[in-house]
Design a binder for this molecule. Structure first.
Ligand code: ADP
Length: 534
């Protein structure tokens, strides 16, 4: 067989050649843009030529500080297309961490959204490697700024070479992109994604037994493009020639509902909190969401109640997926096997609420102190993963040896695996609650509480306990117009759990603290709860 390299440029070239008239619809601060893949291709080539002119060398990093829009998409392809590495930067990191990731990645050029300029201005003195700043804006002029030199993205593109040839001779194992984990403790850890990893990940996202992204789709990644390649969706959607809808800055659930209706979005992906918000809006019945064939939910567990609410009330198919920054991210996808489709409804949703089977080419196992766990849906162990789009180390980081051992990524997620191979994330190792020598899953309790009709969101944390070591406390946000007491919620949970699993306390809150990518921030919550209940 020929050994043609699996690299990123041919993915865009395919869209240019076969789907030149399909559109990328992109919302920026000023307006909504509509570009065809033919135009996106030319603009991407122009950007690649500009980056080359600016002296960016093979393997060097160019950072993006940007929302989901067409310019960010162009950078996703231009940087690897001219041999460099796209470093997507999470602008919500603390200033310390922001400085750390930019310096650690040794970013040479930063592409920055106009509204995010102050974020970089506030730390610019501490940046040691950046030599050029580029502002991504619809405005004609470059604003006053302390960043220098600061160029306009559009003005540079006007001067760029729209016929630029992407680098030939790229090795498929060269890095193409880079993302840091949004660490809740310690410094963020950098993960490099290879051309090959991204190409294979995109291929698998097109399989009918996984996300099945195809030319038929109108794909709207809500998951940020500064986090794990927006789950790879901008790459695979371009590869397959799907229409893309990029929702831009400051979007609300309302705006997402509007885009779904007006652009007839078929496929979208994001974390559970996004879908909880969208559900509230769609439940009012003012928007038509019937175009949706798949809402993908990952990043934290999707409670069974959300899946049921989308599917039974709204008729919108809702799928649970699992992955992490270190895994590009798709590891597993929850869909029913043909024989499971015959099961009772309750059992079907129980399977769908698990994180699903590993996708093709990904290998998993669970391990505890007794060795490999049985695939019986009961025994718990840490999930280990390997495969062609799983990182094998962190970028220049001594902590690599803790996570990458014996050819496996050690995830820190505690799982069971059932007879059908479906993974269930019981908890993160650090969030499991140890009560009287037994383990309680915070995730199971949260998901059950979120099934109560008055509850909008819930997070369960461990608090220290003299006798039992730790006990669960539930933090609950009620829906706007609903009421429930501690007793109501405990009564609702009682039939579903052993008595000792039930939370000792229910703390009602206005909102739950979140991480920079929208997950519940359990560490802050635990501190808050310990203070509140003394
Ligand atoms: P961070 O590690 O900074 O939170 P990641 O996006 O890499 O950012 O998070 C990966 C983690 O998120 C996984 O290790 C797992 O604990 C959790 N996670 C991801 N998807 C799911 C899911 N579908 N269900 C439960 N937990 C999930």
């Amino acid at each position: 067989m020929m050994n043609t390299p699996l690299t990123i440029p041919p993915m865009l070239e395919r869209a240019e050649r076969y789907f030149p008239n399909k559109q990328v619809i992109s919302r920026t601060l000023a307006k909504t843009h509509r570009y065809t893949y033919a135009e996106i291709g030319k603009r991407t080539r122009a950007l690649a030529s500009v980056l080359t002119e600016l002296g960016l060398k093979r393997g060097e990093r160019v950072g993006t500080v940007a929302w989901n829009h067409h310019r960010h998409l162009e950078a996703y392809f231009a940087a690897p297309g001219m041999g460099a590495v796209l470093h997507m930067i999470n602008m919500r990191l603390s200033p310390d961490h922001l400085v750390y990731v930019i310096n650690h990645a040794e970013d040479k050029i930063l592409l920055i959204d106009e509204d995010l300029l102050p974020v970089i201005e506030s730390v610019q003195e501490q940046l040691t490697t950046v030599h050029t700043y580029i502002i991504m804006t619809d405005n004609e002029s470059v604003p006053e700024s302390s960043l220098a030199p600061l160029f306009s993205y559009e003005q540079l593109l006007d001067k760029g070479d729209r016929g630029f040839s992407f680098l030939t001779g790229l090795d498929e194992n060269e890095p193409a992109a880079m993302c840091y984990t949004s660490a809740t403790t310690g410094k963020p850890k950098g993960v490099l994604y290879s051309h090959r990893g991204i190409a294979l990940h995109s291929l698998v996202q097109g399989m009918v037994d996984t996300t099945a992204i195809s030319e038929n789709d109108v794909c709207m990644p809500v998951v940020p493009m500064f986090h794990v390649n927006a789950w790879g969706l901008p790459y695979s959607a371009t590869f397959y020639g799907a229409t893309q809808v990029l929702p831009g800055p400051n979007f609300t659930p309302q705006l997402l509902a509007e885009l779904i209706e007006s652009e007839k979005v078929t496929f979208t992906g994001g974390v559970p909190t996004i879908w909880l918000g969208l559900l509230q809006v769609l439940n009012k019945g003012n928007y038509d969401a019937s175009s949706l064939r798949a809402v993908i939910c990952g990043g934290s567990a999707a409670p069974k109640s959300i899946i049921e609410a989308f599917e039974k009330k709204l008729g919108v198919p809702f799928f649970h997926a699992y992955g992490m920054t270190e895994t590009s991210p798709l590891v597993s996808y929850s869909r029913l096997k043909s024989h499971q489709q015959e099961w009772e409804e309750e059992d079907r949703y129980t399977v769908r609420a698990k994180q699903g089977m590993a996708v093709p080419l990904i290998d998993i196992k669970g391990v505890n102190e007794n060795g490999e766990i049985a695939w019986d849906g009961n025994e718990m162990g840490e999930l280990l993963i390997r495969g062609p789009w799983i990182a094998d180390s962190y970028h220049q980081d001594e902590r690599s040896i803790d996570t990458f051992r014996d050819g496996w990524l050690h995830t820190g997620d505690v799982v069971t695996i059932d007879e059908e191979g479906s993974i269930k994330i019981v908890d993160r190792t650090k969030d499991l609650i140890k009560s009287g020598g037994e383990w309680i899953s915070s995730v199971d309790l949260e998901n059950a509480i979120m099934g109560h009709e008055a509850v909008l969101e819930a997070a369960v944390v461990a608090v220290p306990h003299e006798k039992w070591q730790e006990r669960p406390i539930a933090c609950v946000v009620l829906k706007e117009d609903k009421k429930a007491t501690k007793e109501d919620i405990l009564e609702y949970l009682a039939p579903q759990f052993a008595k000792w699993w039930l939370p000792d306390e229910i703390v009602f809150m206005e909102q739950l603290p979140r991480t920079s990518v929208g997950k519940f921030l359990k560490r802050a919550l635990r501190e808050q709860v310990v203070k509140t209940i003394g």
